[in-house]
Write a protein that binds this ligand. Structure first.
Ligand SMILES: Cc1ncc(COP(=O)(O)O)c(C=O)c1O
Length: 394
């Protein structure tokens, strides 16, 4: 018997990521050494106090039952963290919802909120689940182009009136993936006014809230006046505390939307493992020196890679945030051609920008998930590859 996936599933495209993985494997099978800068999974360990807390609580057999939802300690810890880090006041009982990673919330929110016929404004390029979640929900997307000349902020005034009338939700992410730009308060104020005017729910993905460099401010969408009336924000411990496999995240903000998402989730899962909740609570209320050290290390990695690439004449921008470099590729290639040539000829795997939407064409995303020495080596391999190309092109 042949079973087929649903039409909804077939519409979710993950093909480029798979193609990169296959291409990398093929190169390795032929004996090529490939430095993998494609997947955005942190290589840093969680802080020792996270591991210690997990160890303590996993030893107690009483901690293996369903938790159903976030424990009060976790909700309080999120509230503390948001106050300390972003000067945002939250009601721990009504304005915080625990998730199995922010992906859990991002993937399910549209199903909880969107009906067929509703439009969702999504960034292009954007993190793939934004579009995927709307597809699953049966809604329609309107991609908002993020262009370098607009500091990668969408031009709200360019969204057609007939689309706005059908729009129920808008997704933003600053700093985001793959676009590493950060937004300022003015932009968020503009978004709040736009959302109020058109009755649109704003969803801000702030998964990289603690990977912001060069002293730039960390601006939560919820810190802007009126934001809680129109929106929610997703956040996570995956990147901040390197707990990506230890699934835990949260949504904060508008209490009605939080309760709708909570109601949806009560149908589909039974809560996060108690020891993980305890470890996350500990992390969110820890001293924040750990975060400072991590930011310094990512800055170092970014500098080594970008400066190395610039030596080859490739003018790559330094990311102000996140664990990625969003690099405009040299002329004469498509994103895919360039990414595949990098695997085959330079032995470096990156993701072609069009994996994240039409506007990603002309870019590649490079993940800073290797130590500086390896990034240096990757930059040198790319330098040699580009030098070779320019000789052949002469
Ligand atoms: C922009 C963005 N949002 C959300 C996520 C999901 O992270 P998690 O589910 O681990 O919190 C990721 C993961 O890479 C991401 O890049």
């Amino acid at each position: 018997m042949i079973f087929t996936a649903s039409e909804k599933l077939q519409k979710l495209s993950s093909s480029i990521f798979q193609e990169v993985a296959n291409r990398k494997q093929e190169a390795m099978n032929k004996g090529k050494d490939v430095i993998d800068l494609s997947v955005g999974s942190p290589d840093f360990p969680p802080p020792p106090f996270v591991i210690d807390t997990l160890l303590t609580y996993t030893k107690d057999p009483k901690n293996y039952g369903y938790t159903l939802k976030g424990i009060p300690e976790f909700h309080e810890a999120v509230t503390y963290f948001y106050k300390q880090r972003y000067s945002v006041h939250l009601d721990a009982k009504k304005e915080v919802l625990q998730l199995m990673g922010s992906q859990d919330g991002l993937a399910h929110l549209a199903t909880a909120m969107i009906n067929p016929g509703d439009y969702v404004l999504v960034p292009d390029p954007g993190y793939p689940i934004y579009e995927g979640s709307v597809t699953i929900a049966g809604g329609s997307i309107y991609p908002m182009p993020l262009r370098s000349e607009n500091r990668f902020l969408p031009k709200l005034e360019e969204i057609p009136e007939e689309i706005i009338q059908k729009t129920k939700m808008m997704i933003l992410s600053y700093p985001g993936n793959p676009v590493t730009a950060i937004a300022d308060e003015c932009f968020f104020e503009e978004v709040v006014a736009f959302a109020k005017r058109h009755q649109i729910l704003v969803v801000h993905d702030f998964a990289y809230s603690e990977l912001i460099y060069d002293g730039h401010p960390q601006i939560s969408f919820l810190s802007v006046p009126g934001a809680k009336e129109v929106g929610i924000e997703f956040n996570s411990l995956s990147k901040t505390f390197n707990m990506a496999g230890c699934r835990i995240g949260y949504a904060v903000g508008n209490e009605h939307v939080i309760s709708i998402l909570a109601s949806f989730k009560s149908h589909i899962d039974y809560g996060v493992f108690y020891p993980i909740q305890k470890a996350a609570s500990k992390a969110l209320t820890s001293d924040f020196d750990y975060l400072k050290g991590q930011v310094k290390e990512y800055e170092r990695r970014r500098d080594v890679l970008v400066e190395g690439l610039r030596k080859s004449g490739w003018e790559v921008e330094k990311s102000p945030a996140t664990m990625f470099v969003w690099a405009k590729i040299p002329q004469g290639w498509t994103s895919r051609q360039f990414a595949f040539e990098l695997i085959d000829r330079a032995g470096v795997a990156v993701i072609p920008g069009d994996a994240f939407g039409k506007q990603g064409e002309g870019y590649v995303r490079i993940a800073l998930v290797q130590p500086t020495k390896t990034l240096q080596e990757a930059a040198e391999r790319i330098q040699a590859f580009l030098a070779n190309c320019s000789i052949h092109n002469k």
